[in-house]
Design a protein around this ligand. Structure first.
Ligand code: MRU
Length: 345
């Protein structure tokens, strides 16, 4: 299994996703600032993985913080990590979970606070893998047998602590005996599909075909695609889904061609404080990700560029949202609220 993020000898070790698939190298973070920089630079990426990294970053920060002034240092740690990437709500969920534990430990000996914070971060990681397995179990029955599943970006083991959300559904369908192959959108501009999804599915021996983003409609129209499964970075109360830019186009094409469009995500990706996807902050990344491909310039120098990293798919295009607590369908205002109320298990 791919080890996306680990806690080893009081350091956070991550596979470097900016270098895959050409190099399998690992980055070691010794401070919370290094964890924050790794999230910003997308050495680690994918909503659940960012949540785990944030939790480990907070634990690392508390581990090295001086005992005096720990409360204000805790605020600085949380703010630094929160400023890295705005869209995936799992980042803020991970930080808030650690802050709540810290608040509950006030007055305890410093050694105990540090130990409990590290244990909590490790728990966040372990729970994420178990959650993904449950998402897989819930989603597998939705995947049609003897068909191709289209996915966009990377919502796999690399985007989580392990197994994946969208790719977890595909893995579970195959483990359950279904004959499924995968079409992976390359996912411009960062190429998470070409570099990461293809890499990790090949490692598992899952038949995977790479297509460019603009080919998705062609293959849906031909009847080849049985369903689409993608992950999510934030889901609003009305079921609107923020995910990697290009997801919206895929969803509209799926709707046009009568192909089911499934979103797989943990409950921690729900943000029921937002009534609609219009309120989800969309990260804008650097122009060079668009003008350059792996360091090679592909557009005239000085070309104006837009680079929103995510888009929002309206709920009306989403056939179902698969979580660890069950499958939600429209009307999402009710079904998502119901999932949040359901005890985990
Ligand atoms: O910019 P990224 O690579 O962090 O974007 C990742 C995605 O959009 C994923 O689809 C999403 O985070 C779900 S990951 C299980």
């Amino acid at each position: 299994m791919v080890e996306t993020i680990q806690w080893i000898d009081d350091r956070v070790v991550m596979i470097d996703q900016t270098r895959l698939p050409l190099e399998e190298t690992y980055v070691t973070c010794r401070t919370y600032q290094e964890v924050a920089e790794a999230i910003r630079a997308m050495i680690i990426r994918g909503a659940p993985a960012i949540g785990v990294a944030a939790a480990m970053g907070v634990a690392l920060g508390v581990l090295h913080a001086p005992e005096t002034g720990l409360d204000s240092e805790m605020e600085t740690i949380a703010e630094t990590l929160a400023r890295t990437r705005p869209t995936a709500v799992n980042l803020f969920w991970g930080i808030d979970r650690m802050k709540r534990l810290y608040a509950s430990l006030r007055g305890r000996p410093i050694a105990e606070i540090r130990r409990r914070m590290i244990e909590e971060a490790l728990l966040v990681r372990e729970e994420d893998i178990a959650i993904n397995r449950a998402i897989g179990r819930n989603g597998a029955p939705l995947v049609p047998d003897h068909k191709t599943v289209l996915t966009h970006c990377n919502a796999g083991a690399l985007a989580t602590a392990g197994y994946g959300t969208a790719l977890g559904v595909i893995r579970a369908a195959i483990e359950g005996g279904k004959q499924v192959d995968v079409f992976a959108d390359e996912t411009r501009p960062f190429l998470q599909g070409a570099r990461l999804t293809v890499w990790e599915l090949q490692k598992d021996g899952i038949p995977t075909t790479l297509i460019t983003d603009s080919m998705a409609g062609h293959f849906m129209k031909s009847g080849r695609i049985g369903c689409v499964v993608v992950g999510a970075d934030r889901i609003a109360a009305n079921g609107d889904v923020a995910n990697k830019v290009g997801t919206y186009s895929v969803a509209v094409l799926a709707h046009e061609n009568g192909v089911p469009f499934f979103v797989a995500a943990p409950v921690s990706t729900l943000d029921l404080t937002l009534t609609s996807g219009d309120q989800i902050p969309i990260e804008q990344r650097s122009a060079s990700e668009v003008t350059h491909v792996f360091g090679h310039q592909v557009a005239p120098a000085g070309t104006p560029v837009q680079n929103p990293a995510f888009d929002v798919t309206p709920a009306r295009y989403v056939t179902a949202i698969v979580t660890e607590r069950g499958v939600a369908r429209a009307p999402y205002e009710e079904s998502l609220k119901g999932l949040v109320r359901t005890p985990a298990g």
